[in-house]
Design a protein around this ligand. Structure first.
Ligand code: BDP
Length: 327
């Protein structure tokens, strides 16, 4: 009798906890800085859709776009600490936390975007991902963010001397501040959301970014000289809190990773299209674009930035060399 009752009781608990389990299925929150229609925004929404589909609704993700949940450095901390589960992050502001990931912020380290992806898909990518995971951020897939170039409202940049004396906004990362200082400019680290006003009011003279961000933020309206320095090619990730990821079953981990990889495929296609349309849009809007005939002087000016990075991270020299040796 006792046994019978207890079986029924246990059965009831099991049923209740299954219902409870379904109702309490993970509801994740995700951060993204970009606005509607931006490739990353569309691709993160697709990630959310795929996540629900592939986990049969066990995991849902609510995306917060446009940086509404805070600045990028704050959101990175939030994902590391578990206040948010997911973020679409640029590796630039992750670099100060994970030295392996900071390798991508060495100016001119990548020859072009395909080279960057070849590195990410090989041993280099594994080392970067492991360095990030050790700091609480697991990258699930890599997004394209093109190449960043300098822009300002005064004149085309053709040589380091043209940057001299200019106040240039950079993302929060000492390597970028070093980069501007080595060119003779004054670096001004600042949150993305503040850059438009800063350019408009002359708080800074210039900034640097890829075509889609230059266009989507309206920076081109207030800084109409875009000089193709392409000094930084920084990947982005869909990153997840490491504890959340490690706590998933193998089956769910696979579903989450598949959703991220499919989202990244979409993002890269949309990115290629948007780079072209953004460029056309700003050129039609009157932006003066100049090719820099000789990037050599910019590259050689970066030697101290590499030295600073390597002297603080001597163990990462092989990673730098691996990237440089990758075709
Ligand atoms: C964009 C990145 C974004 C950065 C922004 C910036 O996609 O993550 O926050 O640049 O310059 O290209 O802050």
């Amino acid at each position: 009798m006792y046994q019978k009752l207890s079986k029924t009781f246990l059965g009831a608990i099991a049923a209740a906890s299954m219902i409870g389990g379904a109702a309490a299925a993970a509801d994740w929150r995700g951060w993204n800085i970009h606005t509607d229609g931006y490739p990353n925004t569309i691709a993160m929404d697709k990630f959310a859709e795929l996540l629900a589909e592939k986990t049969d609704g066990e995991i849902t993700l609510q995306m917060f776009h446009g940086g509404t949940l805070g600045s990028q450095p704050d959101a990175i901390e939030q994902v590391r600490l578990g206040g948010l589960e997911i973020g679409n992050f640029n590796l630039g502001p992750i670099g100060p936390i994970a030295p392996e990931a900071n390798v991508v912020s060495l100016p001119f380290i990548f020859k072009d975007v395909p080279h960057m992806f070849r590195v990410l898909e090989g041993e280099g990518g594994k080392a970067i991902a492991a360095g990030m995971a050790a700091k609480g951020l697991v990258p699930l897939a890599w997004y394209d963010a093109g190449a960043r170039s300098f822009y300002n409202g005064a004149k085309p940049i053709n040589a380091p001397a043209d940057v001299a004396g200019m106040k240039v906004r950079v993302m929060n990362n000492d390597l970028y501040s070093g980069m501007i200082s080595e060119l003779g400019g004054n670096p001004s680290p600042m949150a993305f959301a503040e850059v438009y006003q800063a350019l408009k009011t002359g708080v800074v003279d210039g900034a640097e970014n890829n075509w889609p961000s230059y266009e989507s933020t309206g920076h081109f309206e207030v800084a109409g000289y875009y000089s193709l320095s392409q000094h930084l090619i920084i990947p982005e990730c869909i990153c997840i809190n490491a504890d959340v990821y490690n706590g998933l079953s193998d089956e769910i981990k696979t579903a989450v990773t598949e959703a991220a990889l499919e989202s990244a495929e979409t993002q890269r296609q949309l990115w290629a299209e948007r780079e072209a349309t953004s460029r056309k849009m700003v050129e039609d809007g009157g932006v003066a674009v100049n090719v820099i005939a000789d990037k050599g002087p910019f590259q050689s000016a970066m030697a101290p930035v590499y030295e600073t990075y390597l002297s603080s991270n001597p163990d990462l020299r092989p990673l730098v060399e691996l990237i440089q040796a990758t075709d």
